[in-house]
Structures are given as C-alpha cells and as structure tokens.
Design a protein around this ligand. Structure first.
Ligand SMILES: Nc1nc2c(ncn2[C@@H]2O[C@H](COP(=O)(O)OP(=O)(O)OP(=O)(O)O)[C@@H](O)[C@H]2O)c(=O)[nH]1
Ligand SMILES: [Mg+2]
Length: 455
C-alpha cells in the first residue's frame, strides 16, 4: 500500500506521529498509538469526534468512506497529561495485522507520519516527561530478560537513579558555590583545601561519587551481564561444564577429543547476574581443516571475554605444570583455572590458590565456581534498591570524577581556585549528560533508535 504524504502544513517537530505499538503478528488485541497536535482531527476522521479524556470508549474506527475498519476501545489523553506530553490517542482493536494495517493507514491519510523507533519516548523526553535515564529504562524494561533486570529497570524508570544523580549534582554545586564565593574575596588568600568547610564538602562529594559508582556498576552488570569463555585442551570437559552450568544438554559431549568446533553460547542467571557462557573448541594444533577453524574461533572468542575459564583435566594434569594448557590471552582479561574431573583425580572440591576444583560429571564444586564468577564480576547480589544502568552512565561518571580530581590537583599545586571552580562546573555538566540535561542530537539519536517502534 502506498503511504499517503502528510499535508504540508505540519512542519517537522510539530507533526503528528502514529505507529502500531503492539508486537507484530496476531493477538487478542493490538494497539495503534497516535501523538501530536493533529489528534483531534484524527479522532474526528476515525470516530466522528474526540472521546472523553482518559475514559475508555467503545467505538467504531471508520475508513474514508465511513465504513467501519474495526470496533474497539479508544483512549484519549489530552496534552500535557500523556506519555509524550502531547495529545495522545490509543486505539485498541482486534489483534489482526490486516486490521491494524488499515487503521494505521487511515491515520496516515488523516495527516500522521509513521513514527520512528522510540519517537514517542523521545518526545516524552523532549517535553520533560521523562529524563534520559528514565527513557533508557523504558527500553531496558521492555528488553529485560529476567525478573531482577525488570525490577531494576522499573526502579530506574521511577526515578531511583535520577534522584541519586541530582543529589550528587547538588553536592558538587554546593562545593562550587562555596569556592566561587571565596574567590570573590581574594584579599583573604585562603587555601580552600585547608578550609574545614571545604574539606567537609569535598569529603561528601568524594563519598557520593564512590557510592554512586558502585550502584551504577551493579546496575550495568544486571543489564549487560558477564561474558565467560571456556577454553582448554580437547577433552578437558568444557562442553560438560557448559551443560552442567546451564542444567541442559546444550553441547555435544564425547570421549573423542576435538568434539566441539563451533562456539556455543548459553546464558545462565547466577542470583540475578546474567552470565553468557561460551563453549569453544579445544585448543591444539588441529590438522583437520574444520577443527582448525574451530580453534581460530575459540581464540577469537577469548578476546571478547570478560573472564576466561581455563578448564583442565585434573586426572591427567594433576600437579604437573600448566604451561601447556595456559595461553596468554589478549590484553588483561582475567583467567581462572578450573580443575575438572576431580571425581577421577580424588582432589576435594575446594578453591585453592585461585583455582577452582570441580567435577562437571558429579556437580562437585559447581557452587564454588558460581561464587567465584560472581566475585570476579564484583556482583553483590540483587536487592530492593538497585537500579539499571548502562556503560554510557559509567563513562559520564568517570569523566565527571576526572574533572573533580584535576580541579583538586590544580588547587593543591597552584592554589588555583578559579580552575577548581571551572572543573567543578565541567563535572556538573558531565553528570548532567546522564540525565540528559546536557545532550547532543547524536546521543539522542543513538539512544532512541534502539527502541522498538511504537514506544
Ligand atoms: N569422570 C569425569 N568425566 C568427565 C568430566 N567432565 C567431562 N568428562 C568426560 O570427558 C570427556 C570429554 O568431555 P567434553 O565435555 O566433551 O570435553 P571438551 O573439553 O568439550 O572436549 P572438546 O570439545 O573435544 O574440546 C567426555 O567423555 C566426558 O564425559 C568429569 O568431571 N568427570
Ligand atoms: Mg566440547
């Protein structure tokens, strides 16, 4: 079906957008959502007038010949009390892709434009209904793959994270104002950093940075999880370990060395921490072309890992040297030796010297291994106050703290109060990027384009 051009009078920014907000496919009901100044005209064209605000009304949705397309429920939220802050119309019809297509097409005929992914939320952000952290939380809530992620995303959406940022910004601001006031009386020649009022304020800022960083790191772990790659010689028991950890016969296990070739991924949850376990081909000088490709992929997977578990056959290696089984990974990726098959070697399932002893066959030592993974990730378990966070937030927090530190250094070295005040200002701005008080078009584009259509 050709998409009708919207009437020219609606300029970019004030145009009215429409989209099917429910997932594609058939279902009990599906929803078309419309937002923008043209909502009254759209309602007029579809159902002969605007429904009562915020009251569910049963009505027929009509096409241009006044023939019903569907019967359903309509909801009207006048601006500014709506998700986007604009007039919003939501039409719930029967969950047929054909009916929804006709309904959407009718909205476009009446002067709407097809919404881009995330455009409703972007408008909500631009109209001050949500800050950027909350808008991101909407996407994270929709994308959440487990309960603790969903709960944390909801807490971010409800503002738990934003409140902490505002609190830190206020603390930095109060320190800056104090210093700026002191600069105005230069004859007093104060060294701010020896002034007890400044020291107190500074302590508070530093403490709050540390606390927030920890919470953000936990939030990011909940969202992004940890990538753990299993490596080792053929037959060490990597695939058996993948199966044991995921409680599923995911990978083929056999007594023949060189069984696994393709990398296999499986995500498991360790008390709410999502861990992607990647099983790879055993490392050896493979003569077989396919196995050699497997080894190449295994090495590539290692480079992408957050943690590498080097699985060794304890019954074979025993207390012998590990040189032949350990490869030095790219960069500084953490490696942990996992001694497998302790049911054969007779070693007890305890962690020693940073190594974990397990049996993938009997399950001995697996709880130790899970704990070790959580410990390395720095995961502190989920609680009722955690919120969802992203790499972007951690970056901005790092930059903000960098400004604070450089300001302090300038002050210590040159007693340069103005520079310290400037750096505190930059620190505040970096924090403002998290909630979106300071934002660029590129950043917004990047964030909202990853949303689904209709949200
Ligand atoms: N007794 C005992 N046998 C094990 C254990 N773990 C694995 N095995 C056996 O060791 C053999 C190899 O196991 P796999 O899991 O296929 O080993 P892998 O490291 O994936 O091997 P490749 O894919 O060939 O690199 C199989 O016969 C497993 O049953 C264990 O903890 N105890
Ligand atoms: Mg294998």
């Amino acid at each position: 079906m050709p998409t009708p051009e919207p009437p020219e009078e609606f300029a970019e920014g004030t145009d009215t957008i429409a989209a099917i907000a429910s997932p594609p496919g058939k279902g009990g009901i599906s929803i078309v959502r419309v937002s923008g100044p043209r909502v009254p005209a759209i309602a007029d064209g579809l159902m002969g007038g605007l429904p009562t605000p915020r009251m569910a009304e049963c009505t027929a949705f009509r096409d241009r010949h006044n023939t019903p397309i569907d019967h359903g429920i309509v909801l009207y939220f006048p601006a500014p009390q709506s998700y986007t802050g604009e007039h919003v119309l939501e039409m719930q019809g029967h969950g047929s892709p054909v009916v929804m297509g006709l309904l959407l097409r009718r909205c476009l005929e009446l002067g709407c434009r097809h919404a881009r992914p995330g455009e409703f939320s972007e408008r909500a952000f631009l109209n001050g209904k949500l800050d950027l952290v909350q808008a991101e939380a909407v996407a994270d809530l929709i994308e959440s793959s487990h309960e603790s992620a969903a709960r944390s995303a909801l807490r971010s959406l409800q503002g738990s994270f934003s409140v902490r940022i505002h609190d830190l910004v206020d603390t930095v601001c109060s320190l800056r104002l104090f210093i700026e006031a002191a600069i105005d009386f230069p004859e007093e020649e104060i060294d701010f950093l020896e002034d007890s009022a400044v020291i107190q304020r500074l302590d508070r800022v530093e403490r709050k940075f540390a606390e927030l960083r920890q919470s953000v790191q936990q939030g990011k772990l909940l969202r992004d999880g940890l990538k753990v790659v299993l490596t080792g010689l053929p037959n060490a028991g990597k695939s058996s370990l993948l199966n044991a950890l995921s409680d599923e016969q995911r990978a083929i296990v056999s007594r023949l060395p060189g069984t696994t070739r393709d990398t296999l991924e499986q995500t498991i949850l360790l008390d709410g921490l999502p861990v992607e376990i990647i099983d790879t081909a055993g490392i050896r000088d493979a003569t077989d072309e396919i196995e050699a490709e497997g080894v190449r992929r295994a090495r590539h997977a290692q480079q992408e890992a957050d943690l590498i578990l080097v699985v060794i056959d304890d019954a074979q290696v025993g207390d012998g040297p590990l040189d032949s089984v350990m490869e030095s990974p790219a960069g500084d990726i953490r490696q942990v030796v996992v001694r497998n098959k302790i049911d054969l070697s007779g070693r007890t399932a305890a962690e020693s010297d940073g190594e974990v002893c397990i049996s993938a066959l009997t399950g001995q030592g697996l709880p130790d291994l899970k704990r070790k993974i959580q410990e390395i990730a720095g995961f502190r378990g989920t609680d009722d106050s955690g919120f969802m966070a992203r790499e972007r937030h951690l970056d901005a927090l790092d930059r903000a703290e960098g400004f604070l530190k450089s300001g302090l250094q300038q002050q210590r070295q040159f007693r340069a109060g103005e520079l310290l005040a400037d750096d505190l200002h930059s620190c505040q701005k970096a924090l403002g990027e998290i909630t979106g008080e300071i934002s660029s078009e590129d950043l917004l584009g990047m964030i909202f384009s990853s949303f689904c259509i209709g949200k």
